[in-house]
Design a protein around this ligand. Structure first.
Ligand SMILES: *[C@@H]1O[C@H](CO)[C@@H](O)[C@H](O)[C@H]1NC(C)=O
Ligand SMILES: *[C@@H]1O[C@H](CO)[C@@H](O)[C@H](O)[C@H]1NC(C)=O
Ligand SMILES: *[C@@H]1O[C@H](CO)[C@@H](O)[C@H](O)[C@H]1NC(C)=O
Ligand SMILES: *[C@@H]1O[C@H](CO)[C@@H](O)[C@H](O)[C@H]1NC(C)=O
Ligand SMILES: *[C@@H]1O[C@H](CO)[C@@H](O)[C@H](O)[C@H]1NC(C)=O
Ligand SMILES: *[C@@H]1O[C@H](CO)[C@@H](O)[C@H](O)[C@H]1NC(C)=O
Length: 370
């Protein structure tokens, strides 16, 4: 009899060990993400809006850690300002900032109602190589590479760097999804289309997209298709192979993947990701000059480093705008600050910068009739 009990006991122990081993193994990736998600939900019930079905509105997403809080609020403000359709934001933020976002966005939600919805997600990296991922390029920026797996309830999103500002309607950019052919999973602009200026053909020590490379600061992601593509399975082997040669981190990894899958990219015009490169040596983006800059991207700290007064002027006008206020005031301030700025090559593109704001912000606000 005793012998039977001992056997049973040993058997149960074995089961426990196997179970434990298995559970630890899974938790390396999926469980951590799930647990984090669950904790977040129960902690802040009303602050975080989750959808259970597919999101049926324009989704804008970004990743933010450390110091980029103000900048990302201005990104949100600009997209709200130029949109005439409801927006859904998915914000991946570190522990320090999640509550700040929640407070500010709930305040804005009181003003804008259902036109603004959002969810706030934790930063989650696979346990393996977590530190390497965390510190690739700027802190936690590589999170974006894992997004297809982290939010399985979302079909597609406009991914933007926090140092971008909308000057046109997000829903219009969203419209490019419907132009994708059967192979395309993502849309981006080129880093540059002048080989004398573009970084990749001159310096890159790794494969990159096409002749000039992509800039990933504005990226349409069809997450459904990226999941079918098994996107997330590509990123770790590439990071391990090239980690010493990829100064731009996640953007370089995206370039390496699309080097081998050129057909998967829908190419956007430079007006959708307008950087100082497009104006500082003269006009290098005719489409923006003709049809207007659609998204201004202050990469390399162009909104803050006092080297690009025109970029700073636009940023300042958005920064000073209070949600719910008169949009035509933003336009007046853009004009005013651009006129007051010291002359520069980018400042010479004033008409391109203001083309869309002039058209959209002037007509948006019905002035009280006195
Ligand atoms: C642990 O996880 C890896 C990766 O998902 C899998 O290949 C392996 O079979 C798992 N091991 C066990 C014991 O479940
Ligand atoms: C987070 O929660 C939502 C809503 O319950 C769920 O759809 C999603 O799959 C969860 N995310 C992860 C990474 O588990
Ligand atoms: C962020 O914005 C707040 C409120 O407008 C301001 O007090 C603060 O100085 C700003 N911080 C930075 C780093 O610009
Ligand atoms: C976030 O909120 C905390 C607590 O209110 C505050 O101390 C901190 O300065 C805020 N951070 C930013 C970037 O606004
Ligand atoms: C993304 O791709 C899936 C699968 O092809 C498709 O069903 C869905 O409509 C696409 N999403 C958008 C926004 O075009
Ligand atoms: C690039 O530089 C070469 C040599 O200086 C010049 O001939 C060419 O016109 C330049 N290309 C562009 C697009 O500026």
């Amino acid at each position: 009899m005793r012998k039977h009990y001992t056997k049973l006991f040993l058997f149960l122990c074995l089961c426990c060990i196997i179970l434990l081993f298995y559970a630890t193994n899974i938790s390396k990736y999926s469980l951590t993400a799930y647990k984090n998600n669950a904790t977040l939900r129960s902690n802040s019930r009303d602050n975080v809006y989750y959808v259970t079905k597919n999101v049926d509105r324009v989704v804008i997403s970004f990743v933010v850690c450390d110091s980029r809080f103000n900048e990302s609020l201005n990104l949100i403000k600009s997209s709200l300002l130029f949109s005439s359709s409801p927006l859904y934001f998915i914000i991946f933020a570190d522990d320090k900032l999640r509550n700040n976002f929640s407070i500010t966005l709930n305040k804005w939600k009181k003003i804008l109602g259902d036109n603004l919805k959002f969810e706030i997600q934790r930063i989650v990296f696979p346990e393996e190589h977590k530190e390497e991922w965390m510190n690739l390029f700027s802190k936690c920026a590589a999170q974006r590479l894992f997004i297809p797996k982290l939010i399985p309830h979302v079909d597609a999103m406009l991914y933007v760097d926090t140092d971008t500002i909308f000057l046109g309607p997000p829903e219009q950019l969203w419209g490019f999804f419907s132009q994708f052919n059967a192979y395309q999973i993502s849309a981006m602009s080129l880093e540059d289309d002048n080989p004398n200026v573009s970084w990749y053909p001159r310096f890159a020590k790794h494969p990159f997209y096409g002749k000039y490379g992509l800039n990933s600061g504005v990226m349409l992601m069809n997450l459904t298709r990226m999941r079918e593509f098994a996107w997330v399975d590509y990123v770790t082997p590439i990071m391990l192979k090239y980690k010493l040669y990829i100064p731009w981190g996640d953007q370089d990894i995206i370039n390496i993947i699309f080097h081998y899958h050129e057909k998967a990219v829908y190419l956007l015009s430079c007006r959708y990701n307008y950087r100082t490169d497009q104006c500082m040596y003269g006009d290098a983006c005719a489409d923006a000059t003709n049809r207007g800059v659609f998204i201004l991207h202050g990469s390399r700290r162009a909104f803050h480093n006092h080297k690009q007064p025109a970029f700073e002027a636009i940023y300042r006008a958005i920064d000073e705008y209070k949600v719910g206020g008169d949009p035509s005031e933003v336009l007046n301030n853009m004009e005013k600050y651009l006129d007051a700025a010291p002359e520069s090559n980018c400042g010479n593109q004033k008409n391109g910068l203001l083309k869309l704001p002039r058209r959209i912000l002037n007509n948006m606000y019905v002035k009280p009739n006195r």
